[in-house]
Ligand binder design. Structure first.
Ligand code: C5P
Ligand code: C5P
Ligand code: ZN
Length: 484
């Protein structure tokens, strides 16, 4: 990422903002995950602050049926957030039929790769996407971050949209864009603007998930991504570890939470965790990843599920992926009470479903092929969360951390959802899952796309076999081309 890349992105954001400011009314339509919700929340607030009449809606997909539906709109402009780049040709076709002006604010791979020579189609002045300016849309800027650039471009007079940086950080964290050293590229610049505005706090802290809301033994037990022998996935081992510490880890007969501990107690626990991990032979890389930058939303109460960006993004996924994006949006817009209670109920269901999904994989395992692995959840895992489960099991016992994973699940609409997840090393070696999913899906009459490291597709029922054959061929080409 260079300064000139950022200023080109800002110029494009200015252009898109001008189109919005010239519109009589706008329909903002967004994707149903944490990044899609935060994208919509940022765009919605910035457009409202610019006094432009607006409606906000969500969609699970952006296929032909959804675009056809959009042609009925009364709004002059449709703003697509966190999707649209992969469907740009179709969007243009339907915008002409439906007589609306499209604006796309996305970070997915455009339907024609930026590296190809035919820039004409994608590099349009209403298309805002970091990939057009050599900024990585899978790690350097999320959909919400892209919307944040648009929000800044919409500022005028005394309007200051930097408070929306906290939502942009939640979106980036929800899309798994943070690395061991935290957010990078434009995501990092946005986080700093959030700190300057007073809405974010960034500190080095324990990287484990659940510091706000999980009692200490659960915080340790659920540290499976760190694979700490006799602690991760080990309830009695976690309790034993805590009881052996010379620290008050309980209060009034109850386990404390990480956020309740004093700085020196936190330090002591981290020291003991490191000693324990070294004595059990855990790699230095793994151990150093115990500590990472943590992003807290200063406007939220400490000890709540909205205080830390990681937990906030899970709450949002628990609403949008279960057909209630309105609840997630309402939380992002600052409403609490009823919305938060509903979201917490949905969160309990989401957690249960994720645990059941992982349990299924532990029992049934994956099918191992030469250069990839896959499983078919049928209707035992919801299509909207099968990608999250695939990402969580990649690297666990019984899977190969050096091969991409593909997961199938039936959808309510009567077709098949496919999700795929890779690793940064595989991407470095030539893996582009967006391309694999697009080519393989088109081969069987479906559609797919996404990012190099994580992508999805929808395909007709009973086309798995043909789809898998095409995955194999495309993967061989990608990995062969990069090694030759
Ligand atoms: O549609 P969207 O871009 O918002 O979603 C990105 C998806 O890719 C998320 O589900 C996220 O978890 C996944 N991802 C991943 N690993 C990465 C980057 C993204 O699993 N390194
Ligand atoms: O649904 P899943 O989490 O597997 O999606 C992974 C990534 O692929 C997301 O960024 C999603 O938006 C994208 N995707 C896509 N086109 C599809 C399905 C998923 O761009 N047809
Ligand atoms: Zn996204």
């Amino acid at each position: 990422m260079t300064d000139s890349a950022i200023s080109q992105l800002q110029n494009r954001a200015d252009q898109c903002a001008n189109y919005l400011l010239d519109s009589k009314s706008v329909l903002c339509i967004s994707h149903i995950d944490a990044d899609g919700l935060t994208s919509a929340a940022i765009a919605t607030q910035a457009i409202q602050r610019a006094n432009i009449p607006l409606e906000t809606a969500f969609s699970k997909r952006l296929g032909e049926p959804e675009l056809k539906q959009l042609t009925k709109t009364d709004h002059e402009t449709i703003l697509f957030t966190d999707f649209g780049s992969g469907q740009i040709e179709k969007i243009i076709e339907y915008s002409e039929k439906g007589n609306f002006n499209p604006i796309i604010c996305d970070h997915h791979q455009p339907s024609i790769a930026p590296s190809s020579n035919s820039h004409t189609l994608i590099d349009l002045d209403f298309h805002l996407n970091p990939l057009l300016f050599e900024i990585d849309g899978a790690s350097e800027l999320s959909g919400a971050g892209t919307c944040y650039f648009l929000a800044r471009a919409l500022e005028s007079g005394s309007v200051d949209n930097r408070d929306l940086a906290s939502l942009a950080v939640v979106g980036a964290i929800g899309d798994m864009q943070a690395r061991d050293k935290g957010l990078i590229g434009p995501n990092k610049i946005i986080a700093q603007e959030g700190v300057d505005k007073g809405v974010l706090d960034i500190k080095l802290d324990l990287a484990f998930y659940g510091k706000q809301t999980r009692p200490l033994p659960k915080l340790l037990e659920y540290s499976s991504e760190f694979g700490i022998p006799s602690i991760s996935n080990n309830p009695s081992g976690s309790i034993r570890f805590l009881k052996n510490l010379d620290i008050d880890v309980r209060e009034n007969g109850k386990w404390k939470f990480w956020v309740d501990l004093s700085h020196s107690d936190k330090k002591a626990i981290v020291n003991e965790l490191v000693k324990h991990a070294i004595s059990r032979g855990l790699s230095i890389d793994k151990i150093s990843s115990f500590i990472s930058p943590v992003y807290e939303l200063t406007q939220e109460l400490s000890g709540t599920a909205l205080r830390e960006a990681t937990e906030f993004s899970t709450i949002l996924n628990a609403t949008a992926r279960y057909g209630r994006p309105d609840v997630g949006l309402s939380i992002c817009l600052g409403n609490r009470n009823k919305s938060l209670t509903r979201a917490k109920n949905l969160l309990a269901v989401h957690r249960k479903n994720l645990a059941e999904g992982i349990g299924l994989l532990n029992r049934e395992g994956v099918v191992m092929e030469e250069n990839f692995q896959w499983f078919h959840a049928q209707d035992k895992i919801r299509d909207t969360i099968v990608g999250i489960v695939a990402g969580m099991v990649l690297g666990m016992d019984g899977t190969d951390p050096n091969k991409p994973i593909f997961a199938f699940a039936k959808t309510e609409e009567g077709d098949l959802k496919v999700s795929s997840r890779g690793t940064p090393i595989l991407v470095k070696n030539g893996l582009n899952l967006s391309e694999v999913m697009r080519i393989s899906a088109e081969h069987v009459g479906g559609e797919g796309g996404g990012h190099d490291i994580a992508a999805g597709a929808t395909i007709p029922l009973q086309t798995e076999k043909l789809f898998l054959e095409q995955i194999k061929t495309t993967l061989e080409l990608q990995l062969y081309n990069s090694s030759s």
